[in-house]
Design a protein around this ligand. Structure first.
Ligand code: PLP
Length: 493
């Protein structure tokens, strides 16, 4: 359902109209048929729109304004840490010495970049309380897979091939069971208790000598810090398993506590969440893994190292390594931005980040808990999970609240996740928002709850203010219609 009457860029086209003048060709022309074979040469030119430069600029500027992004709106998408992405990160990552370096450049010509990667590993090791790290994985989920491969390599090296199970709490992020299954493990779900933490009795019942490890997020996807974290890790260790920490969301604990100190053996970070690099829309990510000493020799190669003369180099001589999980050193551009962020904040600044992230979340929680159900009524960490169950009598669901928020100019929170909360609305404000923005969001959420009583059609029919209304989500995902086909005399749809 489209409300747009703007013509498509193809419909703006006028034959022969030019946006740019290309310079005259100053090399001999080549017959493409001879160069690549006649069967590969198209007999017609590409059917591209022909426009003036200003038409093109207006077209793309208009399109860019149709999106909601963190640079336009509050974006409390739980578990995704949509904090502000400082523009200084972009400036520094664009410096020619970084932007022009080639992955195959000799180490002597790339000392600055290698030093940055080396130091970033050290920072992450320090922040996580671990012993070594690899920046290679290109996303959180790939970090998980890498970590699980390390766990398997460890057990195999110990001749312990019977360990085929990975324990995953029922509150876990969907990537956890997916990564475990993809890596070839059997996924075993552990129940949560009524405080939102891991059920210790269930964990004990499931933990035996067939368990390779446990994957845990803490604070978990309910935004709650597990009160038994040390006991949980001990149960797994006592049975010979390893503990994996999903550190996609470190935003509550920077400088306050460390997964390594909680006992975890391996973890990943999401630089594109906690460390302020842009994400969403499928942009590049980075999911470094960090490990304790006993897993270091299995890390992906090459490792970034420093020799006794202070020279940085890439070490491929790593006989126990699980190998490469991505080409070269990972998404180096993302690493540069995260490095800038860490250096700019400093240790004290990162601690402030987490304190403010937790404060902002608890402020919003206290403003909203009288209006929406709160299944686990505890002090939250960087995020919290409400339920829209109490609006159900009026027919309004979490999905409708999310759609209506768009009319208030807010990106919706995460909905229907975690799975253990019905009609879940998962709110993560992050530390970079002002109290005025938080209040505007709380006011909108409260107004929508009132509308659900007084004017529910307005909520059920939302959004009303966007270019596109409610889509058939299944059809849009399964059969996206993205191709423009020329039709004689067709008007814009
Ligand atoms: C985002 C997230 C992931 C996955 O990270 P991607 O970079 O999207 O693959 C894993 N676990 C948790 C808890 C997350 O929030």
């Amino acid at each position: 359902m489209s409300r747009s009457t703007e013509p498509l860029i193809f419909e703006l086209s006028s034959p022969g109209r030019l946006g740019v003048d290309l310079p005259r060709c100053d090399v001999p022309s080549v017959d493409p048929g001879k160069a690549i074979g006649q069967n590969l040469v198209s007999s017609t030119g590409p059917d591209l729109p022909e426009l003036s430069e200003i038409d093109v600029i207006r077209h793309f500027t208009r399109l860019s304004k149709r999106n909601i992004g963190v640079d336009t709106s509050f974006y409390p998408l739980g578990s995704c840490t949509m904090k502000y992405n400082p523009k200084v990160n972009e400036d520094l990552a664009s410096l020619p010495g970084f932007a022009s370096v080639h992955p195959l450049q000799p180490a002597d010509d790339a000392q600055g970049t290698l030093r940055l990667l080396y130091e970033l590993e050290q920072f992450l090791v320090e922040i996580g309380g671990m012993d070594a790290a690899s920046l290679q994985p290109a996303a959180g989920a790939q970090g998980e897979m890498t970590g699980l491969m390390l766990i398997r390599a460890y057990h195999m090296a110990n001749g312990d091939s019977a360990r085929r199970k990975i324990l995953v709490p029922d509150s876990s992020h969907g990537t956890n069971p997916a990564s475990a299954a993809l890596t070839g493990f059997e996924v075993v779900e552990v129940m949560s208790n009524d405080r939102g933490g891991v059920d210790l009795e269930d964990l004990k019942r499931l933990t035996d000598e067939t368990v390779a490890g446990l994957m845990l997020t803490n604070p978990n996807t309910l935004g709650l810090f597990d009160e038994n974290i040390e006991e949980i890790v001990k149960i797994v260790h006592n049975a010979g398993g390893l503990a994996y920490y999903d550190g996609a969301n470190m935003n509550a604990i920077l400088g306050i506590c460390r997964p390594g100190d909680m006992g975890f053996d391996v973890m990943h970070f999401n630089l594109h969440k906690t460390f302020s690099t842009p994400h969403g829309g499928g942009g590049p990510g980075s999911g470094p893994v960090a490990v304790k000493k006993h897993l270091t020799r299995f890390l992906p190669k090459p490792r970034v190292r420093k020799d006794s003369d202070g020279r940085y180099y890439l070490d491929n001589d790593c006989p126990d390594s699980i190998g490469k999980v991505r080409s070269f050193c990972g998404n180096v551009g993302v690493c540069i931005k995260a490095y800038c962020y860490i250096r700019q904040m400093g240790a004290a600044g990162l601690t402030e980040v987490s304190k403010n992230a937790v404060l902002n979340a608890n402020y919003l929680l206290s403003r909203l808990k009288g209006t929406y159900d709160l299944p686990y009524d505890r002090t939250c960490m960087h995020e919290f999970v409400l339920s829209a169950e109490n609006l159900k009598s009026s027919g309004v669901k979490a999905r409708d609240v999310a759609k209506r928020l768009l009319d208030y100019g807010v990106h919706p929170p995460t909905v229907y996740f975690p799975l253990i909360v019905h009609e879940a609305l998962m709110v993560e404000p992050t530390e970079t928002e002002t109290i005025e923005t938080l209040d505007a969001f709380a006011d909108a959420m409260i107004a929508i709850a009132r509308e659900s009583e007084s004017d529910k059609e307005k909520v059920l029919g939302a959004p009303h203010e966007t270019v596109v209304g409610r889509l058939d989500e299944v059809l849009a995902a399964r059969k996206p219609d993205l191709r423009w086909k020329p039709r004689a005399g067709a008007a814009a749809e």
